[in-house]
Design a protein around this ligand. Sequence first.
Ligand code: IPD
Ligand code: CA
Ligand code: CA
Length: 273
Amino acid sequence: MDHTQRLEQMIRIARQAGEMIVQAREKQNFSRQYKGGDELVTEIDVAVDQMIADELESLFPGEARLTEELAPDRSQLEQRGALWIVDPIDGTVNFAYGHAHVAVSIAWAMNGEVQLGVVHAPFLGETFTAVRDQGARLNDESMHCSQANTLERSLVATGFPYARDKRAPLIKRLNHVVHACRDVRRNGSAALDLCHVGCGRLDAYYESVLPWDFAAGLLIAREAGATASHLYECPESLPVELYGENLLVSAPDIHQSLGNLLRDADAGQRLES
Ligand code: IPD
Ligand code: CA
Ligand code: CA
């Protein structure tokens, strides 16, 4: 199957997942649980993960999968070959509270390099896609990041980890950003934040996130012209494109200044989530 056909299948599966999510909200009878202490997970997160796994296995048997709910073993990132990276619901808290900012994220990587990405927002009717070196699209229209060139005129998104004891140092960053930039957004879906940098609805996004949160969205943002980097050096054992600590993605002209601002906020203290 060539990349175009693969992407078509990814879009079809993501939209099918989106229908499950929309129907579940209409019925409102899904169970809610907690994993790792305070992290909310619904039975729909698991059901969507299972449906996507079944579809991928039947179309691409034997290709490895890293998925948030059913196959979260990140040692797979160290292997070569094909790897699917799936977040069945990015924005679970939004989903459970009835907000629209919810996405299905599916990426396909080869030897640690993401080749194809789909982020589908079922309540918003928007599907973001990218093919490596071939640009990014929103509902099949070509899209581009903003041309922001000063921090004062930049809208910046971020997020916070579920573990509340890890949030304090991030408030220092937020304090710097809110004083230097136009304003801040915390929309609750990393995948959509990245796509929104890609289509110019945001000028920048920074956070520490896991591969399923950002693999597809990062390709989409980069293919739309955004600049991506990490605030600090990445470990050599992991593919840099699948490493999510201290990620910064922005319009090219503000990248350096926003990176410096965030490192100043850390005041020499490197943050790991
Ligand atoms: C979360 C969202 C959120 C981000 C968190 C993620 P989930 O993913 O992307 O915006 O701030 O770091 O864990 O749990 O809704 O799939
Ligand atoms: Ca997520
Ligand atoms: Ca999720």
